[in-house]
Design a protein around this ligand. Structure first.
Ligand code: HPA
Length: 249
């Protein structure tokens, strides 16, 4: 059978450079008016579905959050005909309920990033465009992730505001206090402009966030890579089970 373009793409963050269980059928190198995506698109079968996988930080995990070409990634996914994007992201937990290894499906975003290519609507416009972003994530896709998580026995947290910081450094304790006052429960570095760009191109987009550390000032001592890596391994195992359910069915 000739392979058509998969409907679903997964953008894997830290800890998800490869999708175990994906039977790879082809690799696609896409060029865009915005330059090159983070790496080749890996296309294959996962359970009963065909999916596209992209490693957000590159296959060797060398692209820091503020240097990711978000526009190229999203443009290229649209170009090949994907309609749904599941973002997987490692994050810090600010509130009590966002404990390490929690999987959360956030429902809001506050954007603290700057200087990233954050829109497609800036050159050659016939008129200025403002997209609605009241609800930054696709509710049907969020529901699908939540239900898949429940089926997988994970009980993901439903909702929470994801603060996207510039990075690559982690935050100060005072910055985390401020994010908490702003109503944020999760903090990561890649949530934006990815979500807004997906909205501009009318892609359904939702995020599966894995808490890998308590945010700065929310636990004793510094945040160590050892701690992050341990939680990442456990958390990503849970994400893989969730993805297995969402894609397998
Ligand atoms: N802050 C920002 N980004 C992160 C964190 C954090 O504590 N943990 C993982 N990504």
């Amino acid at each position: 059978m000739p392979s058509k373009t998969p409907e679903i793409a997964i953008i894997g963050g830290t800890g998800l450079r490869r999708l175990k269980g994906l039977e790879i059928t082809r690799r696609m190198v896409q060029k865009t008016p915005y330059g090159e995506p983070s790496g080749p698109f890996i296309v294959g079968h996962y359970g009963s579905r065909e999916v596209v996988f992209l490693a957000r930080h590159g296959l060797r995990h060398t692209i820091p959050p503020h240097r990711i070409n978000y526009r190229a990634n999203i443009w290229a996914l649209k170009e090949i005909g994907v309609s749904k994007v599941i973002s997987v992201a490692a994050v810090g937990g600010i509130s009590e309920r966002m404990a390490p290894c929690t999987v959360a499906i956030p429902d809001q975003i506050v954007d603290y990033t700057w200087g990233r290519g954050h829109t497609f609507f800036e050159e050659g416009l016939s008129e200025v465009v403002h997209v609605d972003f009241t609800e930054p994530y696709s509710e049907p896709l969020r529901r699908a992730l939540l239900e898949a998580g429940r089926r997988a026995g994970i009980e993901p947290v439903d909702g929470g505001t994801y603060a996207t910081t510039q990075g690559p450094r982690l935050e100060t304790a005072a910055e985390i206090d401020r994010l908490e006052r702003d109503g944020c429960e999760l903090v990561g570095m890649t949530g934006m402009p990815e979500a807004a760009l997906a909205r501009e191109l009318e892609l359904e987009y939702a995020c599966c966030a894995v808490v890998v550390n308590r945010a700065a000032g929310r636990s004793e001592g510094p945040i160590t890579m050892t701690m992050i890596e341990r939680n990442l391994a456990l958390g990503m195992e849970r994400v893989r089970r969730l993805l297995g359910e969402v894609l397998g069915g």
